[in-house]
Write a protein that binds this ligand. Structure first.
Ligand code: SAH
Length: 385
């Protein structure tokens, strides 16, 4: 076991969230570069990874699980030790937003005054289960989501007041109910206790709406670099039809829309699509349409309808894409495919498949979106042979 060189986080081993904290940041970048080269250099030269100038406190979204430490007879909040439901108490974390951490500690302290117990998954008793905080780094708007195991929020007005008194910077507070035995943090029931029920952030000059459930990149500084690289790879001149598959809240497509003729975005998560549509309105982008659909089915329909698409942007989840999706892309036959990947293993698998079907890899750019963790993001440009 290597010694901890950054010598920074006392929870490094217990928490498991920062797998690479035993390395200096330079060594981490080197490690990720080598990993990328091992998996991807067979397709094309891998550009040097783009790291962060300040690789700390970059996470704009922080969530904490609440529980009771019987030995110490006190309420704790923190992260689940990886692979377990045991809570590692965390009051401050090197990669999380400092303000978010402070708010979580405040809520834990307020629980005593309000006699709120943490929710116990086994007995179904107690109240507060998780707290989720999201902050728009550019707008400084802050959302606090209090997730409870039971639906009645006692003294909710007083609690909201007390929390706002300590943190007047909070712009919205949401009560989410999650009574299920599940690994998901959020349940389906949601009530706004204060503010608008969403926050906004600015990325690449556009304003985005972020709700409790919608996906939004957690490191906005590096996200701008990632998106700008991906859009530069698309080589838009203003004439193109740009297809943004797995589009989330529409970020990439909306940023690309100013440089393209027409943009189509497809996403499975209904809340994210709603946010995407409202993001288009908010930014007066008129040449974009969003659809709530399975990306594979949608692209197959486009291919069968013989639609012409110049660029397909794909940003799938960690599991990567599927052969069906890649086959549909090949049938659709766009000039360029830009693949944004958060998992180089599935990326390598997908590239091996699509390069046998008439596409060649032109450029590979790794971006370090998650310093201190083993994750690495990659942008790949492919063109039709
Ligand atoms: N491009 C966006 C989101 C990327 S995350 C951004 O940068 O913000 C991947 C997204 O793919 C998630 O929002 C997820 O809901 C969506 N997704 C997963 N499977 C999908 C499918 N089969 N069809 C369409 N979208 C899917």
């Amino acid at each position: 076991m290597p010694t901890q060189k950054n010598n920074t986080c006392p929870l490094y081993k217990k928490c498991g969230g920062c797998q690479l904290q035993n390395l200096t940041y330079e060594e981490q970048l080197e490690f990720k570069q080598k990993l990328e080269e091992r998996l991807l250099s067979k397709f094309c030269k891998v550009e040097p990874i783009i790291g962060m100038d300040n690789p700390f406190h970059y996470r704009n979204k922080v969530q904490a699980a609440f529980g009771f430490d019987k030995k110490r007879n006190k309420i704790i909040s923190g992260v689940y030790q990886s692979g377990t439901h045991r809570i590692v108490p965390v009051d401050s974390c090197l990669i999380e937003d400092k303000k978010a951490d402070e708010i979580i500690v405040t809520i834990r302290n307020l629980m005593k005054d309000f006699k709120f117990q943490p929710y116990n998954e086994d007995t179904g008793r107690g109240f507060i289960r998780h707290v989720l905080v999201k902050r728009g780094f550019s707008t400084n708007q802050i959302m606090v989501v209090i997730v409870t195991g039971t639906p009645v929020f006692p003294a909710k007005n007083n609690f909201t007041k007390a929390l706002l008194k300590k943190h007047p910077e909070i712009t919205t507070i949401i009560h989410n109910v999650n009574p299920y035995r599940t690994n998901l943090v959020l349940g389906n029931q949601e009530k706004v206790l204060y503010g608008k029920g969403f926050i906004e952030d600015i990325l690449c000059g556009l304003t985005f709406r972020i709700s409790a459930k919608s996906f939004y990149q957690i490191n906005p500084t590096q996200t701008e670099i990632l998106y700008n690289t991906a859009i530069a790879y698309a080589q838009l001149t203003g004439k193109e039809t740009f297809f943004d598959s797995y589009c989330g809240t529409g970020t990439i497509g909306l940023i690309a829309a100013g440089k393209a003729n027409k943009v189509i975005g497809v996403e499975l998560n209904r809340d994210a699509v709603k946010d995407a549509i409202s993001n288009a309105k908010r930014n007066n982008v008129e040449n974009i349409r969003f659809y709530c659909a399975d990306a594979t089915e949608f692209i197959m329909d486009l291919a069968h309808a013989k639609e012409h698409i110049d660029v397909v942007m794909m940003d799938p989840p960690r599991a990567g894409s599927t052969e069906e999706f890649l086959d549909a892309v090949v049938t659709l036959s766009p000039d360029r495919v830009v693949y944004v990947s958060c998992n180089p293993e599935t990326l390598a698998r997908d590239l091996a498949y699509i390069t046998k079907k008439g596409y060649k890899v032109e450029k590979i750019q790794p971006v370090d979106m998650f310093p201190h963790t083993s994750h690495v993001e990659t942008v790949v440009l492919m063109s039709r042979k």
